[in-house]
Design a protein around this ligand. Structure first.
Ligand code: FMN
Length: 229
């Protein structure tokens, strides 16, 4: 079983990357293989609304028809047994690159057809997904910004379209190597460091558990499929 891990942060070795590395380790420890893709390595657009995936007798088969640098990534994602996405929160949403990726990945799989009250999806099995957010806002302030609602929306789309999702919020992240170099009254470096030292390892462990759990779920789906065949 293979997972694609999607890093939606522009920063190579920071919070989102660290969380995804641990999630990848969890998936590997469940017996899977992992390939990581950094979205900021690719030049691509979001959905261009061509509707090739919705047209009658569409041949797209769940894959976005638009051809740009994201296409090979989407092909890999379509072949994957599980997908784990990590993104920083930028202005209360996943990063722009992550949103564009989600549009291009999920929209062709979910159709505009409903049968027996359920959306028809273009995939032959449940594909377990994970979504990990990292953000500056502390956990206890998330509700003030309506983040529980806004941020869980992408997870709900992943769950509805791919069949399964686990969501993790990593809050109050440490943002710079040296806070003294930046103009800032909004954050206190000492508070940030203390929070990081007390909690970040715990958060990384949750990311590991998410990867492990997705790995086990993927294994279970694989075994059910084998038993049915
Ligand atoms: C352009 C930009 C916008 C941001 N907007 C938010 C925000 O709305 N809410 C928040 O909690 N953090 C916000 N942040 C902070 C990042 O989400 C946070 O530092 C995150 O952990 C960065 O991930 P990284 O370390 O993988 O780059 C923003 C950061 C940037 C660069």
């Amino acid at each position: 079983m293979k997972a694609i891990v999607i890093n939606g942060s522009p920063r190579k070795k920071w919070n989102t990357d660290k969380a995804l590395q641990r999630a990848a380790q969890g998936f590997a420890d469940a017996g899977g293989t992992v390939e990581t893709v950094r979205l900021y390595d690719y030049e691509y657009k979001g959905c261009v609304s061509c509707f090739a995936c919705k047209i009658k007798n569409s041949k797209t088969n769940g894959l976005c028809a638009y051809r740009d640098a994201l296409r090979p990534v989407l092909e890999k994602v379509r072949e994957a047994d599980a997908v784990i996405v990590g993104t920083p929160v930028y202005y209360s949403f996943p990063t722009g690159q992550t949103r564009s990726f989600l549009e291009r990945w999920l929209f062709p799989v979910g159709t505009y057809v409903y049968k027996d009250g359920k959306q028809v999806v273009v995939r032959d099995k449940v594909v377990p997904t994970g979504l990990i957010y990292t953000m500056n806002v502390p956990r206890e302030l998330m509700a003030n910004y309506n983040y529980d609602v806004i941020l869980s929306d992408s997870a709900k789309s992943m769950e509805a379209i791919m069949g399964y999702n686990e969501l993790l919020y990593i809050c109050n992240t440490y943002q710079f190597n040296d806070y003294s170099r930046y103009d800032m009254t909004l954050f206190n470096e000492e508070d940030k460091r203390q929070y990081r030292d007390a909690h970040f390892e715990e958060d990384l462990e949750k990311a590991y558990q998410l990867g492990l759990s997705i790995g086990k779920k993927t294994r279970q789906i694989e075994e059910e499929q084998n038993a049915a065949n």
